[in-house]
Ligand binder design. Structure first.
Ligand SMILES: [Zn+2]
Length: 93
């Protein structure tokens, strides 16, 4: 008997895992290996998931410097473009 990929229906937890890995930027063959599913199963699942998962979840946050609201790309993005330009590093002093 040789190893065979799972043929049982994909459960929600597996879809969730595929979605998570796909969002994290893993390629489909890698995801297939991770979840123990065939490449085509991952393709079908990810294709179905894609419209529901926006590429970048932008959020409106206040700028840490001037409090002006900005479209933040994530936790690393907290300064408006103006304040970003103004920011000085120890090398600028
Ligand atoms: Zn600002």
């Amino acid at each position: 008997m040789s190893f065979r990929e799972k043929t049982t229906p994909i459960i929600a937890a597996e879809k969730e895992e595929m979605r998570r890995l796909f969002a994290a930027g893993y390629d489909k063959p890698h995801i297939a290996e991770q979840v123990g599913r065939s490449y085509s199963a991952v393709c079908a699942c990810v294709r179905r998931l894609r419209p529901a998962a926006p590429s970048v979840a932008k959020k409106t946050r206040p700028c840490l410097c001037c409090q002006k609201t900005l479209e933040s790309e994530g936790a690393h993005h907290r300064l408006c473009p103006c304040c970003r330009k103004k920011t000085t590093t120890p090398f600028d002093l």
